[in-house]
Design a protein around this ligand. Sequence first.
Ligand code: MLC
Ligand code: AMP
Length: 469
Amino acid sequence: MRLLTWLSESTDDRPDAVKVGDRAVSWIELRHLATAVADDLRGVDRVAIGATASLETVVGAAGALLAGVAVVPVPPDAGPMERDHVLSDSAASAVLVPARDEHPGTRWGRPVIPVDLSRHAGTVHPEPDPADPALILYTSGTTGAPKGAVLSRRAVAACLDGLAEAWHWTPDDLLVHGLPLFHVHGLVLGVLGPLRLGGRLHHVGQPRPERYAAAAGTLYFGVPTIWSRIAAAPDAARALRSARLLVSGSAALPATVFADLATLTGHQVVERYGMTETLITISAQADGPRRPGTVGVPLPGVCTRLVDEQGGVLPADGTSMGELQVHGPTLFDGYLNRPDAGAAARTSDGWFRTGDVATIGPDGWHRIVGRAATDLIKSGGYRIGAGEVEDALLAHPGVWEAAVVGTPHPDLGEQVTAYVVGDGVGEAELIDFVARRLSGHKRPRQVRLVDALPRNALGKVQKSRLTAD
Ligand code: MLC
Ligand code: AMP
């Protein structure tokens, strides 16, 4: 079967089938636009894409996947440090950018292929091997620069088919969201989902409550920050009563938001759990119960287990807490150029170590209770590695030491907070310094200048003592 089944085969000619912002195309037109990109990509095996929330990103990604070219999305606001790392580490030999960009060549340092929404083609490209990479998604680790997770076409297909079954996702659905198009949530589920499973897609640009309300969808995706903003906008929330399914993921949905949305929208939000490296592995079902604070049961073909610190498997009794490990058809193939990190992320019997601490009930329901490492921060659904932000701060000549932690934030769940030892530096200057090097969401929201960082007898920074008071 083709990866982009619906895009490849649909005869749906409704003019507003795929709408991003205020630009819409039919499925047939999208196929012809994407095919023109696929034709341009002959000879390329990995292509970066400046992944703005635009129709060009949808067309570019679809074209690359039709041609069997691995897609490397680059966050549109990635600063030069982050962008250069993604481009050089991935060895993408070209970059797809909107044809309407006036100076497309200047920032990329490699050939630019314009995505031109006036060019159509009808070539039929042979379907690539399902084992070939579909996407290389850069994701933060606890230390160092982001790593490129290699996701095969087969893994993407297995994830989407599992979600179609769990959520009863069909060509009758109109999916609405406003997520960024460079991560699993917005790109894999939110774009490749409709391209494989059909229906219509409306990407609303910024995920503002009133835009979700006006879109009259059947299926809505959001991260908890988006859902809590909708819960705080009762008129917008009430407009979602006519939807079929509201889905939350990428971070824990607070029980209060679940309850408020149930009252306002009449829907109990479906929560699902996943990672860049594993795609979506666990979810509540469309025809099953929803339980606030839990993320559901494994998707088709996925196995899960809890493991203690010695590697012993814990019982699924609803109270034993251990690291959640997963196994199944949706797992990534490894990190590009980092076989060491790929090997460390798996057990000797092939399970992926999520780093999340969970319980599993006797009925198979999973509850995520926290993370094993304090060095990964989830802010507004974005995963941010403390080490990457610390490295950016240490590049400032006035910074001697830096320790970055996640601290509670009412809207974003967690915020990036930096503790800095330095000379003659100010908070605003350091925030701006990081923002100019990394994506905007990675910049600290707060910088606290301190005389020294708390360290243990071995000299290791004790981050828990930073936030203890
Ligand atoms: C935006 N900003 C953030 C931020 N999002 N800062 C910290 N944390 C965040 N999450 C910054 C911007 O850089 C900008 O800075 C300022 O805040 C305002 O930005 P904005 O564009 O107006 O956005 P805002 O409304 O604040 O964004 C909130 C949000 C966004 C929830 C819409 O964070 C978002 O789209 N989150 C989704 C992340 C996501 O898709 N994660 C999925 C990962 S995949 P300045 O300097 O310009 O003012 C995954 C697997 C799975 O996790 O299970 O799905
Ligand atoms: P990312 O790599 O950005 O895809 O982030 C993956 C991480 O997001 C997981 O390891 C979890 O910590 C977190 N996550 C995703 N979905 C959920 C959820 N529904 N509840 C709690 N945490 C989640």
